[in-house]
Design a protein. Structure first.
Length: 538
C-alpha cells in the first residue's frame, strides 16, 4: 500500500466492518454449516427485575435453604407459589448480604437514608458521597448522595453487548430519581452520574423496530430498518476507503468486504426477530403507544407485562444482553385494593416513622404486594421459557434474577437478601435447587418478618429483631456478581476487576465486600475475591 494512504482512514473503515460483524450472524452460521461444524453458541444474557421495600421473608423463602427444591416446595411457599411450574429451572441463592446497610449506630454502613444507601450501593458495591455523619433529615448526604463507582449493568454491557453500548435499563412506571433525591436510583454509567434509562415503553419499541409512526410492520420492512441502522453505516466507511489511492490487491480486498456486506444484508437479524414474533408477544405500535405515562405514575398492572415483553423481544433480537427492569418505589397499588404506598406499608406504620402503631392488617397488605411481584417474575420467566433458541429455550441461555432492595422492609436489613434466579445461563449455574453459600445448611433462618406488629406496636428499640439477626446470612453479594459476570462473558484485568479488553475471569467487584468498611476511609479492599463455586453447575 502506498505511503500516501491515511492509516487512520483504513482503521476507521475496517473498524466499521468489525462493528458490523456481531450483527452478521448468518455469515458465521453459513460457514459453520459448510464446514460441518456446530452452530456458534447462543449469546448469554443477564436480565434483572428489581423491587423495593423488602418483603415478608417468612413467607418468601422456601423452608429448605440448601438442596433440591421441587414444584411442591415452591407451591408450599406463600409468596413464590406462581414460580412452582419452573422449579427445575430456578436457583434459590441463600446466605447473601448486600453492601452498605443503614443502621441506628452506623456500624454496618453509612448514615445516609436507608434507601439511598441500599440502592446506591446495591449494584456498585461502592460507598456514597457525600457521606452523612448523622441520621438527621437535614444532614447533607442523606438523600442526595451518589455512589463513587459504576453500576453492574454498565460494567457488563460495555463488554458483552454486540455494539458495546449501554444496558437496556427500564423504569417500569416512569423515571424516578433526580439530582436532589437519589433514594431510588440504582443505575450509574459513571461514578456519581445517574443513568435514567427508559420510562416510556414506546421509546424502547421505537428503538427496537425503528418504525415508530411508520404504519404496520412487516418482516421485510423490519429487516430494512435494522439494515439502515448497521449495514449502511459500515458501507459508508468502506466507500470512504474506496476514495483512497491504493494498490489493486488492496482494492480487491476492499471489494471482498463490500461483497460480504451485500450477501449478508438480507439476513442481519436472528430468524425470530421479526414482526410476527412481536405480534405474538402482543407488541404493536398501537398497543405500546397506548401505555402513556400517568400522574403520578401509570397503572403498572397494565404496563409491567408490556415492558417484560419488550425485554423478551430485545433478547430474541440480540439487541441488548444486559436488561434491568426496575419496579417503581413508594407505589400505591390501587389495582390490588390498597390505599397506602408500598414504602409506608413496609414501615408497618403507614408513614416513614420507625416504630409506633401498626396499620390494620398491614402484613396481609404487604403480602399482597409480594405475591404480585412474584406473579410478574413468573410472567417474565414463562415468556423467556416459551421461546426456542437453537435446541434449547431462551431462558436457558439467560440468568434472570429477581433482586430486592432490602430483606425485611421495616428493619431495612441487607443480610439474608431474597434472591431468586431463573435459567442456568448456558449451564453455568446449578438450577432446580437452593444453594446456601453460608455453610450449606438446609435450615437457614427465614427471618422474623411475621413477628412484627404483634400487639399492634413496633417499638423502634427492637427494630432490628424483626429482620434477620445481623450475623446470619452475611456472605458478600460481590461474589455473586462475579458469578453473573463470568457467566455472560465479562472479563477482568490483571487485578481481577472487570476491565474492557481484559482476558481473565472476574474475581473482584466494587470497593469493599465488607459492609462495616463503608463508613470508613479504608483503602479499597476485596477481602474474599472470587465467585461462589457452589453456585456453579460444574
Amino acid at each position: 500500500m502506498r505511503k500516501a494512504f491515511n492509516r487512520r482512514v483504513l482503521l476507521r473503515g475496517l473498524g466499521g466492518a468489525v462493528v458490523a460483524a456481531p450483527f452478521l450472524s448468518s455469515v458465521v452460521e453459513r460457514a459453520a454449516k459448510t464446514q460441518g461444524l456446530p452452530p456458534p453458541p447462543a449469546p448469554k444474557r443477564l436480565i434483572v427485575m428489581y423491587t423495593y421495600h423488602g418483603c415478608l421473608t417468612n413467607r418468601w423463602f422456601p423452608a429448605k435453604s440448601h438442596g433440591r427444591l421441587t414444584t411442591a416446595d415452591y407451591a408450599a411457599t406463600p409468596t413464590l407459589a406462581p414460580l412452582a411450574p419452573y422449579a427445575d429451572k430456578l436457583l434459590m441463592v441463600r446466605g447473601i448480604r448486600a453492601m452498605n446497610e443503614w443502621s441506628f449506630d452506623g456500624a454496618l454502613g453509612q448514615m445516609n437514608d436507608p434507601h439511598t444507601n441500599a440502592n446506591g450501593s446495591m449494584f456498585t458495591c461502592h460507598p456514597l458521597t457525600p457521606n452523612a455523619t448523622a441520621s438527621s433529615a437535614s444532614n447533607t448526604g442523606k438523600f442526595d448522595a451518589k455512589p463513587t463507582g459504576r453500576s453492574l449493568d454498565h460494567v457488563c454491557a460495555e463488554q458483552v453487548n454486540p455494539s458495546g453500548g449501554p444496558p437496556l435499563f427500564i423504569q417500569i412506571g416512569g423515571i424516578q430519581g433526580s439530582s436532589t433525591n437519589n433514594m431510588w436510583v440504582i443505575s450509574y454509567d459513571q461514578p456519581e452520574q445517574i443513568f435514567p434509562g427508559f420510562g416510556k415503553a414506546i421509546d424502547v419499541f421505537t428503538n427496537l423496530t425503528n418504525l415508530f409512526g411508520g404504519g404496520p410492520m412487516s418482516p421485510d420492512t423490519y429487516a430494512v430498518a435494522r439494515r439502515r441502522g448497521v449495514i449502511d453505516c459500515v458501507r459508508e466507511d468502506l466507500n470512504n476507503l474506496r476514495r483512497v489511492n491504493m494498490s489493486s490487491a488492496d482494492r480487491h480486498k476492499l471489494d471482498a468486504w463490500a461483497d460480504l456486506l451485500q450477501q449478508t444484508g438480507k439476513a442481519i437479524v436472528p430468524a425470530q426477530c421479526n414482526a410476527d414474533t412481536a405480534s405474538k408477544l402482543g407488541l404493536t405500535a398501537e398497543s405500546v403507544q397506548a401505555l402513556t405515562s400517568g400522574s403520578p405514575l401509570p397503572d403498572i398492572s397494565k404496563s409491567a407485562p408490556v415492558w417484560m415483553d419488550l425485554a423478551v423481544l430485545t433478547a430474541i433480537c440480540d439487541m441488548n444482553r444486559v436488561i434491568f427492569l426496575k419496579m417503581p418505589a413508594a407505589y400505591v397499588f390501587k389495582f390490588l385494593g390498597l390505599t397506602g404506598d408500598a414504602a409506608s406499608l413496609s414501615q408497618r406504620t403507614g408513614n416513614a416513622a420507625m416504630g409506633g402503631a401498626c396499620v390494620a392488617n398491614v402484613l396481609e397488605q404487604i403480602h399482597t404486594i409480594d405475591k404480585w411481584y412474584a406473579q410478574q417474575f413468573a410472567y417474565l420467566v414463562g415468556r423467556l421459557d416459551s421461546v426456542m433458541e437453537g435446541d434449547r429455550k431462551l431462558l436457558d441461555n439467560t440468568a434472570t434474577v429477581w433482586l430486592n432492595e432490602h430483606s425485611d422492609g421495616n428493619s431495612h436489613n441487607l443480610n439474608n437478601l431474597p434472591i431468586l434466579q431463573a435459567g442456568s445461563c448456558g449451564d453455568y449455574f446449578k438450577v432446580g435447587q437452593a444453594v446456601n453459600v453460608e455453610g450449606g445448611k438446609a435450615d437457614l433462618s427465614q427471618g422474623n418478618s411475621d413477628k412484627d406488629c404483634v400487639g399492634g406496636q413496633t417499638p423502634s428499640a427492637t427494630l432490628d429483631a424483626w429482620g434477620t439477626p445481623p450475623d446470619v446470612a452475611t456472605q458478600p453479594i460481590n461474589k455473586y456478581f462475579c458469578n453473573l459476570m463470568n457467566a455472560i462473558g465479562v472479563k477482568a484485568g490483571a487485578d481481577g476487576h472487570p476491565a474492557k479488553g481484559g482476558t481473565e475471569p472476574v474475581i473482584k467487584f466494587g470497593k469493599y465486600d465488607d459492609t462495616k468498611l463503608f463508613r470508613t476511609e479504608t483503602p479499597a479492599i476485596i477481602k474474599d475475591p472470587g465467585e461462589y463455586a457452589d453456585l456453579r453447575a460444574s
